[in-house]
Design a protein around this ligand. Sequence first.
Ligand code: ADP
Ligand code: MG
Length: 706
Amino acid sequence: MNTKLQTPIDYLKGVGPNRADLLRKELGIHTYQDLLNLFPNRYLDRTRYYKINELQRNSSEVQVIGKIIRFREVAQKRGKRLVATFQDDTGIMELVWFRGQKWIKDSLKVNRPYVIFGKTNWYNGTFSMPHPEIELLDEHKKSLRSAMQPIYPSTEKLTNKGITNRVVSKVMQQLFLDTKNRFAETLPEHLVSELNLLSKSEALFNIHFPKNQALLAKAQFRLKFEELFYIQLQLILKNLIHKSKIKGVTFDKIGTYFNTFFNNYLPFELTHAQKRVIKEIRSDLGSNAQMNRLLQGDVGSGKTIVAFMSILIALDNGFQACLMAPTEILSVQHYNGLLEWCKKLNIRTELLTGSSNTSSRKKIHKELENGELQLLIGTHALLEDKVKFKNLGLAIIDEQHRFGVAQRSKLWHKGEAVNGTVIPPHILVMTATPIPRTLAMSVYGDLDISIIDELPPGRRPIKTVHRYDKNRLKVFGFIRDEIAKGRQVYIVYPLIQESEKMDYKDLMDGYESIARDFPAPKYQISIVHGQMKATDKDYEMQRFAKGETQIMVATTVIEVGVNVPNATVMVIESAERFGLSQLHQLRGRVGRGGEQSYCILMTSHKLSSDSKTRLETMVRTNDGFEIAEVDLKLRGPGDIMGTQQSGVLNLKIANIIKDKEILQSARYYAKKLLKEDSSLTLPKHQVVLHTYKQLSKFKNIWNYIS
Ligand code: ADP
Ligand code: MG
């Protein structure tokens, strides 16, 4: 790399100590290199010169060549404005200044050709341009500044202190003069030619001074590719290092538990996707590296059985396992579901939640430590320090988006201590909140990813409709018909922390009106909400699960994981108040049996455009990944778990959402390169090693190295 690029920015002609200080503080620009990497946010297209008679009302910025033929001052309410009459061979227009008039009048010359640039107004029968950018035609022609004018990131303070876009452009020009526009290549030669990329120097030149649209596009592509390439390279390297360094316990056999279950008790034929994922997990568990795997599968795709069969492998090898879920309801449901299979296989399992009483807790603690207990299912309670395993070999976290990284790492330390060092358990995290593939690759680069992309056979896609509140009676009629067919119905109300009281009132009002329209004894209604005691919630859930009640009125506590295959209708009240992933989760509570299921999104008439997009998306598709992509577009990646730490938000030029094709290609080439040469020792990869090391010094890009 060019050593000159490490020069402090103070030394660049036209910068000086004050400006340098501001550039450091406001934009983090310390060196020539930093300035070079200050990429424009956008470009003004100055390729075209307009004639005055071509100007249109409501057009954006335009550029005109002409002469000032006279100045005049016009008095106005406060002070005066300076107006110049500007002329070309097709007509006249006006230039207007409200500030700095004296300076302008003194510095601009009458009857010399100028190029002006700015927005125009239509005022009193003429076009006028307030505070135009103005430059003598001769200078304009000489300027290195190109026709696509870059607009650089800035801050209010910078502009106030006179570091305008123009100043930044000038300083940038100086930088290119100083360095003679020669920058060392940072990608391997073979990649540059294979992908037909611009060279580093050409790319940098054209990002700052694009000659035309086509070259700008090529420059952007090259720099985005490079940025994503090095991030991917780093993530993949980290993953490789993890695999070689973090030893795990090796589960080398598939034993009686697994085989007995597989041969005698498998309740259905596994889907291809489930089989594939179990294979992936098996091969991880059988290697001597610790597994760290994310299992993504849409709601209802059958993750539970995959989890259970992984648990059986751990047990077959004489290790304990645990399964942690985010809510009490979900843990109870997992426990009840798995208990049946465990009984058949003679596996000792227990449930541990916040509401477990002291004596059963004590018993659990004891049996965990002496190894009698083989499988522990529960909530966060599993993470408590008192919970110690004899030899925990596998920890599974369900609906992992509800848990933080800290919790994941707590589980690590519950592994088996051998000679004083803890061997972490294998970790499988499961989520139905699909993280868009593109983002998952970047964010969870340290996790391996398995995807169940196939639903069990016989599932019919859920029909989703959007209905306004005034059609409620029709909706109730539909519910009655479904109940008459023996089906069950969820009606869900939003619960948003800030207005919990109001939400509670909505829920109760709703409940009362439903109770009126669906009177006992013909109809039985369950109600579940966050303010109920866990045992009461559980009681109501069980009644619904057993079919004793036909309607379940609830807040979003039922969002995650609840499984009642006979329920076919999900009514979501005030659906405009839910986020997309939440709506999708809720919808996933139905469509779990063989019957046609429905999701009805109820809203008022007042809808924001984002709400409309969410509702339309839900109506259009059942595909969780597609929904996640839309969600990502609406919310940006900032809200998605893990993005904060990953550095994807600190990208200088690439955009994780818009540039996903480039990301995919960058990942592909990074993988390919590391496959061939994981230690980056080949001569042709020296440039990669060198650049990688350089980049690693810059914390702002590489804060992933925590
Ligand atoms: P999720 O991935 O949302 O956790 P579950 O594991 O709860 O999904 O499975 C949803 C439903 O599908 C359950 O009733 C489960 O028994 C059933 N199921 C899972 N896999 C299959 C399969 N291969 N064939 C038929 N039904 C299946
Ligand atoms: Mg589940």
